[in-house]
Ligand binder design. Structure first.
Ligand SMILES: Nc1ncnc2c1ncn2[C@@H]1O[C@H](COP(=O)(O)OP(=O)(O)OP(=O)(O)O)[C@@H](O)[C@H]1O
Length: 330
C-alpha cells in the first residue's frame, strides 16, 4: 500500500503541486493523467525518493518514508522510467545485476537468472542494450525494477516506445504481473484509452491539484468537471440556452455535456438545426464538424458511419436524448 497525504512541491518558488492525497492498495493500478508539465513524473520521483524536498507525507505500508522530518532512502519501490534508463555500456545481465548490488555474488547470480527466465530474456543476456528491440528493452527495465521484489511499481509512460500490437500485448502482460505479485502500481500516461483499459482508479491532475480521483469506469460515466470530461471522454458541450429551451435547469456556473457517440444527425426535421462546417474521413467513421444555427456556441462533433447525401454547408438536424445530457461544473 502506498499513501500520499497533502503532498505539495515548488521548484524555484514556482508552485507545481498542492494538497495531493491518494492511496494505492496492493494489487491496484492507479493511473495519473494530466496535461504535459502538470507534475505527474514529479509525483513518481518523489515516491521513489528521487525528489527529496516536498510537503506532506509519503507512506509505504505502515511506514512514513518521506516527510519534512523523516527521509528514508531505501524504499521497496521499482521504477520504470519513460526511456527505460538502461545503462548502454552494460549488457542485459549486468543491467539487471546493477539493481542487486547489495547481494553477495552467488545470490546475485541466482536472482539475475531467475529474472532472465521470468521475463523471458535469457537468450539476450549477453547483448548490449542497443542490440535489443523496444519491447525487449522494456522487459529488461521491468526485470531490473522487479529485482528487489518491490511492493510498489512506478511506471512512467511504459508503453510509449512500443508499436500498437506490442503495446496491447504488453499491457495485458503487465496488468497480470501486477495482480499476481499484488503490487501497488502507479502509472503515468498521456493515453486516455490506455488509462481506462488498465487502471482500477484514475487520478486527474490539473492546475496543481488532483481534481478527481475515482474508479476508472465511474469517472468516465461521472466526470466532475469540464476539464475531466474533456480529458477522459469524447464530449460535446451544448449551449446553455439550448438546454433551457429543452426544459432543463442549468445555472450560470455549470455546463451541459453529452458524449459524441450520443449525438446523431439526419435530414429529418427536429428541434435542433445545425450546419455542416467540415467532413473528415477517419477510417471506421466520418467526423462531422457542426455549428448550431439558432444558438451561439462552439462547434460540436458528430461521428457517422456514412455520409450519403451529406455535404459541407448543408443544414441538417441534430438528435439527442435529453437523458444523455450531463450538467457539471465548468
Ligand atoms: N528538478 C526540477 N527543477 C525545476 N523544475 C522542475 C524540476 N522537475 C520538474 N520541474 C518542473 O515541474 C513541472 C512538472 O514536471 P513533470 O515532469 O513532473 O511534469 P509531467 O506532468 O510529468 O510532464 P510530461 O507529461 O510532459 O512528462 C514542469 O514545469 C517541470 O519543468
Amino acid at each position: 500500500m502506498v499513501s500520499i497525504e497533502n503532498f505539495g512541491i515548488s521548484f524555484n518558488e514556482t508552485r507545481i503541486l498542492e494538497n495531493i492525497s491518494f492511496d494505492v492498495k496492493p494489487g491496484e493500478i492507479v493511473t495519473l493523467l494530466g496535461s504535459s508539465g502538470c507534475g505527474k513524473t514529479t509525483i513518481l520521483r518523489s515516491i521513489a525518493g528521487l525528489q527529496k524536498k516536498h510537503e506532506g507525507y509519503i507512506c509505504i505500508g505502515n511506514e512514513c518514508v518521506s516527510s519534512k522530518e523523516i527521509y528514508k532512502k531505501d524504499r521497496e519501490v521499482g521504477y520504470i522510467f519513460q526511456d527505460y534508463a538502461l545503462f548502454p555500456h552494460l549488457n542485459v545481465e549486468e543491467n539487471i545485476a546493477f539493481a542487486l548490488y547489495k547481494l553477495p555474488k552467488k545470490q546475485k547470480e541466482i536472482r539475475v537468472n531467475e529474472l532472465l527466465e521470468q521475463f523471458n530474456i535469457q537468450e539476450h543476456k549477453n547483448k548490449q542494450i542497443h542490440q535489443l528491440s523496444g519491447g525487449q528493452q522494456q522487459r529488461v527495465a521491468i526485470a531490473r525494477a522487479m529485482a528487489n521484489n518491490p511492493k510498489i511499481l512506478l511506471l512512467d509512460e511504459p508503453f510509449s516506445n512500443l508499436d500498437a500490437m506490442l503495446r496491447y500485448k504488453t499491457k495485458i502482460w503487465l496488468k497480470d504481473l501486477i495482480k499476481q505479485m499484488n503490487l501497488s502500481a502507479i502509472l503515468v500516461t498521456h493515453d486516455k484509452k490506455e488509462a481506462l483499459s488498465i487502471s482500477d482508479k484514475i487520478g486527474i491532475v490539473n492546475d496543481k491539484k488532483l481534481v478527481q480521483f475515482d474508479n476508472a469506469k465511474h469517472m468516465f460515466e461521472n466526470p466532475n468537471s469540464l476539464y475531466v470530461a474533456n480529458f477522459l471522454c469524447e464530449i460535446n458541450q451544448l449551449p446553455n440556452t439550448y438546454i433551457k429551451d429543452l426544459g432543463l435547469n442549468i445555472e450560470e456556473n455549470k455546463v451541459a455535456i453529452i458524449k459524441i457517440e450520443d449525438c446523431k444527425v439526419s435530414k429529418n426535421s427536429s428541434e435542433c438545426k445545425v450546419k455542416i462546417l467540415d467532413i473528415s474521413f477517419c477510417g471506421e467513421y466520418y467526423e462531422l464538424v457542426l455549428d448550431f444555427i439558432d444558438y451561439k456556441s462552439k462547434t460540436i462533433l458528430v461521428k457517422v458511419s456514412s455520409i450519403d447525401n451529406l455535404n459541407i454547408s448543408d443544414e441538417v438536424f441534430m438528435h439527442i436524448d435529453k437523458n444523455n445530457i450531463k450538467i457539471i461544473d465548468k
